[in-house]
Design a binder for this molecule. Structure first.
Ligand code: 13P
Ligand code: SF4
Length: 312
C-alpha cells in the first residue's frame, strides 16, 4: 500500500485538516495541509471550518488546538508524544509560585500542559514572547515559565528587570552548546546564523552580539517559522541553524539554491519523531487518539491562549 496516497485520499474523503510542526519527519510534513511553528499551527486550528484536525506534533500542541476548537475533533497519532520542557512545571508548582508573588502577571510558554495554561494570564510562543511581555504594564512583576533560556532572552530584549524566570529547559535545545556553535561558525565563516531562543547558547550569543564578537555576521534569534521566513528572504546562501534538525528538510525543500547546516546533528526531539506515517494513517482511518481537555480547565486556559493569538 502506498501510505502517502492513501493518507491524501482519506484526508480528502473525511475532510480532515492535517497540521504538522516544523520538526516532524519529512514524510509526515509532506502529507500536511500546513507546516509551521506553534503560533502558526494554533492559528490554523482556530480558523479552520473543518470538523476534524489531525495534529502531527506533540501533545501540548494538540491540546492547545482542542482548547481553541471545543466543537472539533482533535486527533494525535501517538498520545505518548510529550515534551520534556512542558514536564518541568506542574499546575501545583505554578500555584505555589504565584502565592509567593500574589501581584505578578503570569506568562507561560505554549509548551505547557492544559492544567498549567489554566493558571496563566498570558500564553506565548517563541515568535511572540517578546511582544507578550511588552504588553504587560512595566510596573507589574512577571512570572515567566517554563523555559529559562527563552525567558532570559526575552528579559534581555525587553530590558525587563522585574521578571522571574522558571528554571525549566528542553533537553534538545539545552544540548546545543556554545562550543558547538563556535566550532560550526569557524568552519562556515560566511554563513548566517539562525538560533532558536530555547537553545542554551542563546544567552552567550546575545552577549557576543552585544560585544561585537560576530563582526558583520548576521545572527538572528527566531522561532522556527521566523527561521523559515528569514531563510527565504535573506540574500545569504549559507545558514548555520541552531534548533531541532527536522526543520532542515523544509528549509532545503523551499530553498534549493541555499545550504543549511545544523549546529548539532544530535538535536533530535524523540517525541516529535514518534509521529510516523503508519501512525498518521491509523489515526486518520480509526479517528484516534482524540485529545480532550475537561471543560473547567479548557475554559480557563482559553483566555490565556486567546491573549496569545491576539498578539503577533
Ligand atoms: P516554535 O514555536 O518556534 O516552532 O517552537 C516550538 C517548540 O519549541 C517545539 O520544540
Ligand atoms: Fe519539547 Fe524540546 Fe521536543 Fe520542542 S524540541 S517538543 S521543547 S522536547
Amino acid at each position: 500500500m502506498d501510505l502517502k496516497s492513501e493518507i491524501l485520499k482519506l484526508k480528502k474523503e473525511k475532510n480532515v485538516l492535517i497540521l504538522a510542526h516544523n520538526y516532524q519527519l519529512p514524510e509526515v510534513q509532506d502529507v500536511a495541509d500546513y507546516v509551521g511553528d506553534s503560533l502558526g499551527l494554533s492559528r490554523q486550528a482556530a480558523k479552520t471550518s473543518q470538523k476534524i484536525i489531525l495534529f502531527c506534533g506533540v501533545h501540548f500542541m494538540a491540546e492547545t488546538a482542542a482548547i481553541t476548537c471545543p466543537d472539533k475533533k482533535v486527533l494525535i497519532p501517538d498520545l505518548a508524544a510529550g515534551c520534556s520542557l512542558a514536564e518541568t512545571i506542574t499546575a501545583n508548582q505554578l500555584r505555589n509560585w504565584k502565592k509567593e508573588h500574589p501581584n505578578a502577571v503570569t506568562v507561560g510558554y505554549v509548551n505547557t500542559s492544559a492544567e498549567v495554561k489554566a493558571e496563566l494570564d498570558y500564553c506565548c510562543t517563541s515568535s511572540n514572547a517578546v511582544n507578550v511581555v511588552r504588553a504587560v504594564p512595566e510596573n507589574k512583576e512577571i512570572l515567566f515559565l517554563p523555559d529559562m533560556f527563552l525567558g532570559s532572552y526575552v528579559a534581555k530584549v525587553t530590558n525587563r528587570k522585574n521578571m522571574f524566570i522558571w528554571a525549566g529547559e528542553c533537553h534538545v535545545h539545552a544540548g546545543i552548546r556554545s562550543q558547538d556553535v563556535q566550532e560550526k561558525l569557524q568552519k562556515l565563516n560566511t554563513a548566517e546564523f539562525l538560533v532558536h531562543p530555547e537553545c542554551s547558547c542563546t544567552s552567550s550569543v546575545m552577549y557576543d552580539i552585544a560585544s561585537g564578537d560576530y563582526g558583520n555576521r548576521q545572527v538572528q534569534v527566531l522561532s522556527t517559522e521566523g527561521m523559515m521566513n528569514h531563510a527565504k528572504n535573506s540574500q545569504a546562501k549559507k545558514f548555520v541553524v541552531a534548533t531541532e534538525t527536522g526543520i532542515l528538510y523544509r528549509m532545503r525543500k523551499q530553498n534549493p539554491n541555499k545550504e543549511f547546516y545544523p549546529v548539532s546533528e544530535n538535536a533530535v526531539c524523540k517525541y516529535m519523531k514518534m509521529i510516523t506515517l503508519d501512525k498518521v494513517y491509523a489515526s486518520l482511518k480509526e479517528e484516534k487518539y482524540q485529545v480532550k481537555v475537561p471543560k473547567n480547565i479548557a475554559d480557563k486556559a482559553q483566555l490565556a491562549i486567546e491573549r496569545m493569538l491576539a498578539i503577533s
